[in-house]
Design a protein around this ligand. Structure first.
Ligand code: ZN
Length: 232
């Protein structure tokens, strides 16, 4: 699944480059003095573009408040896919996420691989989490590990939730990743409308947080704004 997501991301990036390159090739080279033609980077900076940052596996008492501080500094909104058990354990952080304009969404109760469970357990993993999120719940669910199949998608729909994956994987979940590698992977692969997978829960998120502190100003300088997923 992650390989497929990465391939799709590469394909869309290539398509975007091809589309962007087409008008330039069609225009006569001598049509205007070079100085009056905005550079590619100037055109890119002027175009309004949106990126959807998503943070999985929290809330974490250690890390999530620090992520929220960084997001606030850059006026960025994001979507947090929380587990039900973490949402129940950290109600004040859940309330803060909502209060600061971010979106909360479902990441199962106990970070379960839903493809290994039967119908009633899958549904209870999802509905218990919706209950834990209470008035902060939304209509989206991301399956842990991106693991889903036809049955899981159908059962998810039956409890009123949409399945959401991603198209840019920061790979911050890999223990060997450095902040620089995470930063470069996101900045090089992101495009208008990208849904970027990152994590605020789980093991130490030191590198992921350090990467976020560089990703936000860089993408902002490229003309991006950061919004919550619009269809949840
Ligand atoms: Zn997860």
């Amino acid at each position: 699944m992650r390989r497929i997501a990465a391939m799709l991301s590469t394909v869309s990036l290539v398509c975007a480059i091809m589309v962007a390159a087409a008008p330039a090739q069609a225009a006569p080279a001598q049509a205007a003095p070079a100085s009056s033609v905005p550079s590619a980077s100037a055109r890119a900076a002027a175009a309004p573009r949106t990126v959807y940052l998503t943070f999985d596996d929290g809330p974490s008492a250690t890390w999530t408040p620090r992520y929220l501080d960084v997001l606030k500094k850059y006026g960025a909104k994001a979507t947090f896919f929380t587990t039900g058990q973490n949402a129940k354990a950290h109600r004040k952080i859940v309330a803060r996420i909502h209060r600061e304009g971010h979106l909360l969404a479902n990441h199962t109760w106990s970070h379960a691989d839903l493809t290994r469970l039967g119908k009633s357990t899958v549904k209870s993993q999802l509905t218990r989490t919706q209950t834990a999120l209470g008035r902060y719940k939304s209509a989206c669910m991301r399956p842990p590990y991106g693991a889903t199949n036809t049955s899981v998608r159908r059962w998810t729909k039956e409890v009123g939730l949409k399945t959401v994956l991603w198209d840019v994987d920061s790979r911050d979940w890999e223990n060997s990743q450095t902040a620089t590698a995470i930063y470069q992977r996101v900045v090089r692969n992101v495009h208008n409308g990208s849904n970027v997978l990152m994590h605020d829960g789980g093991d130490s998120q030191r590198d992921s947080l350090a990467a976020l502190k560089r990703i936000l100003p860089k993408l902002k300088s490229m003309g991006y704004t950061f919004k919550v997923l619009p269809y949840c």
